[in-house]
Design a protein around this ligand. Structure first.
Ligand SMILES: [Zn+2]
Ligand SMILES: [Zn+2]
Length: 283
């Protein structure tokens, strides 16, 4: 089973990526949530460009995929589940949940540490919020989060099956919860008990600091609710809220690939977090 999964990993990931992309893109046309403010063609070309670049870089620079690394860790007996004699399904479920918690913590850290925020703000600088935003991350952020994932896998001894399930799931839910489509209010309310919905994650893409600093989860909404970072709706409402970040709004910088790549390196180094407004209580 694991062998088949590993041999077909690329195929599984590509099928899930294009499958979810097609369904969400269709939903965005049929049931749009917000009117787009920037050129869709321009944004999509750049957002797909960065996905392509990231995939190439990860293949080129890292010696193994995360699942490959999990096999390597298992062979050496690294991590909790490679030491414990737990049933396979327990190891798989617990690892998927723990990896999701680690990604939540990593996301909070990328907002809190100024140098990391510079990388992560490229994701937030998108002037609109749609399915392609969910795949748009700076290459250095992607490489760093892969290394963090390797470390987490080594510590918990995550089975390779869990890693593949988690990565496919994260990719799919990220595209789903960045979708610019409208879910019926009742369905959203029930769904967001179990999974992060587009209305929940859109709050995180607001220009308002107290909204950006909420809803960090990607898969399970549990972590935000448990750790006090949950915000149900944006103050201005989903249609009227402003998406993006306040300081960088020129399309050349935030909608074109070269601008997006240099975005982390712009601006003065202040030595304290861009989110300071949230902590001092003053603008
Ligand atoms: Zn964020
Ligand atoms: Zn996002």
């Amino acid at each position: 089973m694991l062998q088949t999964l590993l041999q077909n990993e690329t195929l599984i990931r590509l099928t899930a990526f294009f499958g979810v992309l097609a369904v969400v893109a269709m939903a965005e046309i049929i049931l749009p949530r917000r009117r787009l403010t920037a050129s869709k063609l321009r944004r999509w070309a750049s957002n797909f460009g960065i996905v392509f670049l990231n995939s190439a870089l990860v293949r080129l620079l890292l010696p193994a995929t995360a699942a490959g690394f999990a096999v390597f860790a298992a062979q050496r007996g690294w991590g909790v589940f490679n030491v414990l004699d737990a049933p396979a399904w327990v190891g798989i479920i617990a690892s998927v949940v723990f990896l999701d918690f680690a990604i939540y913590l990593q996301h909070v850290m990328f907002h809190a540490v100024p140098a990391l925020w510079r990388l992560h703000r490229m994701h937030h600088a998108d002037l609109d919020f749609d399915v392609t935003t969910g795949a748009r991350f700076h290459p250095i952020e992607i490489l760093l989060s892969m290394l963090i994932k390797f470390a987490v896998i080594a510590v918990i001894g995550a089975p390779a099956t869990a890693v593949i399930i988690f990565e496919v799931l994260l990719n799919a839910t990220s595209m789903f919860n960045h979708g610019n489509f409208r879910l019926p209010t009742g369905l959203d309310r029930v769904l967001r008990l179990f999974v992060v919905t587009p209305d929940m994650h859109r709050v995180h893409h607001s220009v308002e600091d107290h909204e950006t600093n909420s809803n960090f989860g990607f898969n399970l909404p549990l972590w935000d609710r448990l750790l006090g970072t949950y915000k149900a709706q944006p103050d201005a409402g989903h249609e009227a809220m402003t998406i993006g970040i306040r300081d960088y709004r020129e399309p050349k910088l935030v909608s074109d690939l070269p601008g997006m790549l240099i975005l982390p390196f712009l601006g003065r180094i202040t030595g304290y977090a861009i989110n300071r407004r949230n902590w001092s209580g003053k603008p």
